[in-house]
Design a protein around this ligand. Structure first.
Ligand SMILES: Nc1ncnc2c1ncn2[C@@H]1O[C@H](COP(=O)(O)OS(=O)(=O)O)[C@@H](OP(=O)(O)O)[C@H]1O
Ligand SMILES: Nc1ncnc2c1ncn2[C@@H]1O[C@H](COP(=O)(O)OP(=O)(O)O)[C@@H](O)[C@H]1O
Length: 172
């Protein structure tokens, strides 16, 4: 069954779209599981931070779980930032994961700022709430050079983006 790895910055729409797709495909009789980076960081990956090594380890763990589910007939979406191309490629080779880039321009992300992370990243040096290593601002995000699908969430509404994803998944 398909194993889809999303990649994209915080606020790009990974969780929203993964859950929308899950809802729609479940209604059509498919079994779907969403493995959300933000959620797993509170449980299985609680010990991990945001260094390059920890982000790598995070994706390895999420993908291992995803591969088990996928082998048992479940469509799996790993919805994490997944910022490094080498790691995404590793998952493609190991588990045949398809890569979907949830792209969103930075200006829109800063306007959405649903979790307040972009505001915190923009605070002056020395501020106690300053976030230094936010992906795409103070930390690396490697644009996927050859994704299997690109969603431009700043140009589409949720319905349009979800429909593209559903068509993509059902044609895999
Ligand atoms: N420094 C920094 N950089 C990026 N993200 C941060 C950071 N600190 C906390 N958060 C929150 O952690 C969520 C990202 O976790 P992921 O597991 O998806 O990240 S990664 O794939 O291991 O890079 C991310 O969730 P999403 O907003 O859903 O992407 C953030 O809420
Ligand atoms: N086309 C779109 N696809 C996904 N989310 C969108 C889209 N347009 C606007 N949004 C909004 O962007 C935000 C994305 O947040 P979220 O799904 O939590 O992102 P992420 O999981 O990537 O951090 C939501 O508030 C959602 O309503």
């Amino acid at each position: 069954m398909p194993f889809i790895q999303f990649t994209g910055l915080s606020g790009a729409g990974k969780s929203t779209l993964a859950n929308q797709v899950k809802k729609a495909l479940t209604q059509k009789g498919h079994q779907v599981e969403v493995i959300d980076g933000d959620v797993f960081r509170q449980t299985l990956c609680k010990d991990l931070g945001f260094s390059k090594e920890d982000r790598h380890e995070n994706i390895r763990r999420l993908s291992f779980v995803a591969s088990l589910l996928s082998n048992h007939g479940i469509i799996v979406i790993v919805a994490a930032i997944n910022p490094y191309d080498k790691v995404r490629e590793e998952m493609r080779e190991k588990y045949q994961a398809k890569t979907v880039w949830i792209n969103c321009e930075l200006e829109t992300l800063q306007e959405r700022d649903t979790k307040g992370l972009y505001r915190r990243a923009a605070l002056p040096e020395g501020h106690p709430e300053k976030l230094h290593n936010l992906t795409g601002i103070g930390d690396t995000y490697e644009i996927p050079p050859n994704p299997d699908l690109i969603i431009h969430s700043h140009l589409e509404n949720i319905e349009e983006s979800s429909q593209k994803l559903i068509n993509f998944i059902l044609n895999l």
